[in-house]
Structures are given as C-alpha cells and as structure tokens.
Design a protein around this ligand. Sequence first.
Ligand SMILES: Nc1ncnc2c1ncn2[C@@H]1O[C@H](COP(=O)(O)OP(=O)(O)O)[C@@H](O)[C@H]1O
Ligand SMILES: [Mg+2]
Length: 285
Amino acid sequence: MHPNDDVLLDVTGLDVDIMTVGGSHRVVHGLDLTLRRGRTLGVVGESGSGKSMTATAVAGILPDAAVASGSVLYQGRDLLALTARERRRLAGPEIGFVFQEPMSALHPTMTIGRQMAAPLRLHLGLTRRLARERSAELLDLVGIPPSRGVLDAYVHQLSGGMRQRVMIAMSISCEPSLLIADEPTTALDATVQKQILDLLARLRGELGLSMILISHDLGLVAEHTDDVTVMLDGHVMESGPTGRVVSSPESGYTQGLLEASPRLGRSPRRLPVIDKSRFTKAVPR
Ligand SMILES: Nc1ncnc2c1ncn2[C@@H]1O[C@H](COP(=O)(O)OP(=O)(O)O)[C@@H](O)[C@H]1O
Ligand SMILES: [Mg+2]
C-alpha cells in the first residue's frame, strides 16, 4: 500500500488572488492542507484570514472575482487542472458544502422540497417523485421528521437551526465523500450550535464522511477535529494533530488564540469580579 493511500485531499501551494477595482490582491499564500480519509480537519483563524477563500477554492466554487493556483489533489486528481465544467461535475456531488449563512445560500422563493430535488435530479437522475421521497428521507436524517412539513415550506418560515439542518441535508444529498462546513454554527445561539455540531459528528460516523470544519473559534475546533491548521492573513501558521497543537502549540499565534478561547479550560471558569464603582459615578445620597 502506498503511504499516501489514506489521503483524501492534498492541497499544496494554494494561492488565491482576488480581483478588485484596484487590481489583483493575494489573500491566500502558498497554503498546504492534508485531509486523511475518515478524519475531520479543522481550519481556524480570525475573520479575514482566508478560510472561506481556501474552502471555496477547494470545493471549486470560488467567487468569479478570484483565481486559484497551486494544486488541489482530490483522490489523486488535481481539481485545479480541470475545466470549470469538469470540476462542477466531479466536485458537485463529491464535495458537500455547508455555508455559514443558510439564509443567503437557500433560494428565497422556492420551496425547500424543490431546492432539494434539483441536485438529486441533476446528479443522480432521480424522477420528481423519487427526488421528493429522497428529500424527505434526508430531512429525517438531519432530525426533521416529515410531520414538520418542511418540504413545502420557504426558508423564511424556518428558524436558524432548521435552516442549517436543511443546508446540511442538501450538502449530503448526493452522498459526498467530503463535507466542508464553513463556520456552520457561527450565526446560531449556543444551544442550537451544539445540536448542529452533534449532528455533523453523527453524520460523519453514519456516512463515513471526511470533513473540513472551519471556525474562528479554536475551542470549538479543539472539541470536534482530529487535525488542525491555523491560519493568519492567508498563511498557515501551524498544523498538526489537534491534541498536540492545543496542548503544546509551536506558534506564538496559536498560543494567543488558545489564551483568547474561553472554552479551553486553562483559565479559571469563574468570571472576574468587576469593580463597577470604577465605571459609575458615585451618586450622592
Ligand atoms: N469579495 C471580496 N472582495 C475583495 N476582497 C475580498 C472579498 N472577499 C474576501 N476578500 C478578502 O479576502 C480575505 C480573506 O477573506 P475570507 O476568506 O472570506 O476570510 P475568512 O473566511 O477567514 O473570514 C479578506 O481579508 C478580505 O479582505
Ligand atoms: Mg469566512
């Protein structure tokens, strides 16, 4: 067996340039990432560090104003060497993508059922009736029973958590091997956030998915990933097994992220006592 046989995705020297009116501007610099089959890779970094540009470049859904170079080997094939059309055909069903904001990723005036049916009909060739049945099964799989009537609902009628469940159901509908979740819970409150992360973990086990979980929160990534890559300003600062990176970070930047994360338990859980008299003027009695 070749030593790299368990590598599903191998990104090497990825550059992403954004075209603006002011000219071209590099936002990802020579990035390397490796995802092994069946594992979850975390990509962590502050807002603007290039996480979404990296994720969309890997999935072949980079915005029109951006260009990627380098190599993105998926099961040994370089996705960046394919034409846009070939890439869509290959990556569309193989790489599922969960966006941070389901509200903007879902169509506002099309029922959930019709949106879910489209890729099933296109990529799997299902009839309208079978696509509807399959959509109902997918919703059930992500914790939305048929009795909720979601297939005939519009996105604005759903709660944030339900929207994200629908988004996840769509992302796995063509049975991808890789799921990329770009800040899937950032827009959600803490309770729903946990439900969605638990759902992703369950699906990963049940469907044998490999996953890239993107977040600005190192605490969240520490709890849910096997390996992690830390990014700053489009560069990789550090990568390795999550346990090692969290227990003994090599980069001062990772160290800083750890200290800033409330979940990682180094600092006492008790909130500091704030002397409010410092902020309010004493009111004479
Ligand atoms: N549409 C755009 N036009 C110009 N610059 C952009 C655009 N989208 C992103 N960028 C730039 O690319 C960099 C990386 O963005 P992004 O990948 O979205 O970061 P992240 O997902 O880590 O928050 C940002 O610093 C931003 O300045
Ligand atoms: Mg982003």
